[in-house]
Design a protein around this ligand. Structure first.
Ligand code: URP
Ligand code: ZN
Ligand code: ZN
Length: 465
């Protein structure tokens, strides 16, 4: 398995250089000009293109059983979409049902994940607590390469982690050297507001953002950060969507706390007007949590990315089709929460970030790949173009154009929150584990070609920058 990427400009989080990249057996063997390569080497011409680390999406939910249904993209279709968008690694979530042993849930997800076409890894959610959970966290860390645990502060009566669970689990993470992560929304307030809206007869998707106003996220973000800060634990906030949460992260970082923030491609470019659509299906297709926000929050997210308050971009890819969304036809609280985006994330970040002058190409690499690799201890195995690193690479044509649409997406669902968005600067070839995995519109992999990625422990004292 020998492959030479020839004639491109290599863009990493640190610098841009002109050189060829020689890959052997899934690893980067050499970088330079006029390299000596074996006769049987496959040549990929990257003239006029950029050669960047493959994307890492640290937040996806393939085939998640959720709210009475199962997300429509499974690991095979969802990871094909990832590759088509230049993403070579996803970090998905094992989410045990309350009282389900963590190890049992882990094996269930591992079995599903074995159909992946790109590389995959898992965070594990802490949805309940007892001594066995405390024990199983160590087993996951020691034997299964899990170094991050997720806590949903929302979804009352389902998977919500209450403050006592946060304290126990964050303390355990600290002991083990794992990273605690949170979905920061006050689940009690969301539940209360949902009941009030239903009592008033407001049952449509327009009620979804009303039940989850920005302060509900701001409160939970501050609480999670303060709990972690009191314990001395680091904390990673997933899908930050509000100015309030960005401010909370910024404040804590200024006070020396180790806090990481993630935002979603969707939250950066879609606003809350989508919930006013007179077409119920379109409004419902945008129901996700946290919801899309008024424009000023998008500005805060971009500034957060620029100022390193937010280090990573993700998608929360959790795809439900119209039929599934219709489960909440008479009650917005029953619309399965989630939207897709794993294919579009890097294109959106390039077009709205780099082309609009908000991010440099090197910063683009940081926020789409390298920072996630650093925070979740995959760097420099991933997130890098360096000798010895995994040959997970995207070849990017900064001049080529594409209009995002449900008609051309790999996701199985019948909707795109990015419909009609014209993008300048798109992936043309994705290389995963040293092999061409997607090229000019064609998937070259099979389900099962992706590798399970173990992530060793560390105290995340490396600040992504
Ligand atoms: O609406 C969402 N985000 N669905 C997936 C579960 C979660 O909260 O991440
Ligand atoms: Zn969430
Ligand atoms: Zn999620």
């Amino acid at each position: 398995m020998k492959l030479l990427i020839k004639g491109g400009d290599i863009v990493t989080h640190e610098k841009t250089t002109t050189a060829d990249v020689y890959c052997i057996d899934g690893k980067i063997e050499a970088i330079g000009l006029n390299l000596d390569v074996a006769k049987d080497t496959e040549i990929v011409d990257a003239t006029g293109k950029l050669v960047m680390p493959g994307g890492i999406d640290p937040h996806t939910h393939m085939q998640l059983p959720f709210m009475g249904t199962v997300a429509s993209d499974d690991f095979a279709s969802g990871t094909a979409a990832a590759l088509a968008g230049g993403t070579t690694t996803i970090i998905d979530f094992v989410i045990p049902s309350p009282q389900q042993p963590l190890i049992e849930a882990y094996h269930q997800w591992k079995d599903w994940g074995s159909q992946s076409q790109c590389n995959y890894s898992f965070h594990v959610a802490i949805t309940w607590w007892d001594e066995t959970v405390h024990q199983d966290m160590k087993t996951l860390v020691d034997e299964h390469g899990v170094n991050s645990f997720k806590h949903f502060m929302a979804y009352k009566n389902a998977i919500m982690a209450t403050d006592d669970i946060l304290v126990s689990s964050f303390s355990r993470c600290l002991e083990l050297g794992a990273v605690p992560t949170v979905h920061a929304e006050n689940g009690e307030l969301v539940y209360h507001l949902q009941q009030k809206l239903l009592e008033k007869g407001i049952t449509g998707p327009e009620a979804h953002p009303l039940s989850r106003p920005p302060i509900v996220e701001g409160e939970a973000a501050n609480r999670a950060i303060n709990i972690a800060g009191t314990l001395g634990a680091p904390i990673y906030l997933v899908h930050v969507s509000t100015e309030e949460a960005v401010d909370a992260i910024q404040y804590a970082k200024q006070n020396g706390q180790i806090v990481f923030g993630e935002c979603l491609a969707g939250h950066l470019v879609v606003d809350d007007s989508v919930y006013q659509d007179s077409d119920w299906g379109k409004a419902a297709a945008h129901v996700m949590s946290p919801p899309f926000r008024p424009k000023k929050h998008q500005d805060a997210l971009w500034k957060g990315l620029q100022s390193n308050a937010i280090q990573t971009t993700a998608t929360d890819h959790c795809a439900f089709c119209a039929e599934q969304k219709a489960m909440g036809k008479d009650n917005f609280t029953m619309i399965p929460n989630g939207t897709a985006g794993v294919e579009e994330r890097m294109m959106v970040l390039w077009d709205k970030g780099v082309n609009q002058g908000r991010l440099t190409p090197n910063e683009f690499v940081s926020v789409t790949s390298t920072n996630a690799a650093k925070i979740f201890n995959l760097y420099p195995q991933k997130g890098a173009i360096a000798v010895g690193s995994d040959a997970d690479i995207v070849i990017w044509d900064p001049k080529a154009e594409k209009t995002l649409s449900v008609d051309t997406q790999y996701s199985k669902i019948d909707f795109s929150i990015f419909e009609g968005m014209n993008i300048v600067g798109i992936p043309v070839t994705t290389i995963c584990n040293g092999k061409v995995a997607w090229d000019n519109g064609e998937i070259k992999t099979q389900p099962g070609d992706g590798k399970y990625i173990t992530r060793p422990l560390m105290q995340p004292t490396i600040r992504a920058n």
